[in-house]
Design a protein around this ligand. Structure first.
Ligand code: PDD
Length: 282
């Protein structure tokens, strides 16, 4: 059975959702998006995702063609029409359809799409075993704080990880880890200090990152926002990544070096447990 997806105000079968070849997201990656997790049919951290959507639109001078209330209603409708219990909702807004020309068009009809992806989030096997990552140079542009659909560098990094037999990749610039292909990078030092890169134009302000930092501080774990090197990560007692699509996932190997003896550590497991239980209780 095919999914019901949202396209410009309509709910249609996925095979019937058609977009113009002149859409600027197709031609220039001139679109922004959000991915929100769903557990037990309920959205996790929807408001912060909306706040980040507003920021992305603002930074690109892109209008918001559908109100917040209608975007929320769209998410709820997609959950209901697809009976989504556990998984993700992807929402994208583009600058719209216009003759191919680099400058921003006036009065282009913007495109808004939404779709669901069923996915095991609470108990996926890799959350128990942890994952291996490789590090790759961060070859992206300088506005990584905007959640645009321009994700080719990340796709290349994921592909490099796959070819190297690893699960994912962290990107590195000037010797310091920026972030994961589609997640925020954390390390744990001295059993109770979390280190993650401070926000800037060099990384996406992760919604899960913020939630985990708040939960850690409540649990008397110190959070240090500073850049860290690959060597520091390799020598850390634990490492993990966060995102809406993986919550908190232990990283047990970096470029072939085992972290924490190759097993998920206690801080990572605890943070994952607290986060999942907070998300479940909405
Ligand atoms: N990606 N950094 C990058 C580059 C990302 O693409 C993402 C999320 C994150 C984590 O952000 P959040 O905690 O708000 O999910 C960090 C989503 C999940 C994706 O593209 O599928």
């Amino acid at each position: 059975m095919s999914r019901i997806v949202y396209l410009n105000g309509e709910y249609v079968a996925e095979e019937d959702a058609k977009i113009s070849i002149f859409d600027r997201a197709f031609l220039f990656a001139d679109g922004i998006y959000e991915v929100t997790a769903v557990i037990n049919g309920k959205m996790v951290d929807f408001e912060p995702h909306m706040a980040r959507l507003h920021r992305s639109l603002g930074e690109l001078g892109m209008a918001q063609p559908v109100s917040d209330a209608d975007l929320k209603a769209m998410h709820l409708e997609l959950i209901s029409r697809n009976s989504l219990n556990e998984g993700l909702i992807y929402m994208q807004i583009t600058r719209g359809v216009a003759e191919r020309d680099f400058g921003y068009p006036e009065n282009a009809r913007q495109t808004v799409v939404g779709f669901t992806q069923a996915k095991e989030l609470i108990d996926p096997p890799l959350a128990k075993t942890g994952i291996s990552i490789i590090t790759v140079p961060d070859i992206r542009w300088q506005r990584r704080d905007i959640k645009t659909t321009g994700m080719l560098a990340q796709a290349m990094a994921k592909e490099a990880a796959k070819r190297a037999g690893a699960n994912d990749a962290w990107m590195v610039e000037d010797g310091f880890v920026t972030e994961g292909t589609s997640n925020t990078a954390f390390i744990v030092l001295d059993d109770d200090i979390l280190v993650t890169r401070p926000l800037s134009n060099q990384i996406l302000p992760g919604i899960t990152r913020r939630a985990i930092m708040t939960l850690a501080e409540k649990g008397d774990i110190t959070v240090e926002e500073r850049p860290f090197t690959v060597d520091e990560a390799k020598a850390a007692c634990e490492a993990f990544l966060t995102s809406a699509s993986s919550f908190v996932t232990p990283v047990v190997e970096i470029d072939g070096a085992r972290i924490g003896g190759g097993q998920p550590g206690p801080v990572t497991r605890k943070l994952r447990e607290i986060y999942v239980s907070a998300a479940r209780n909405g």
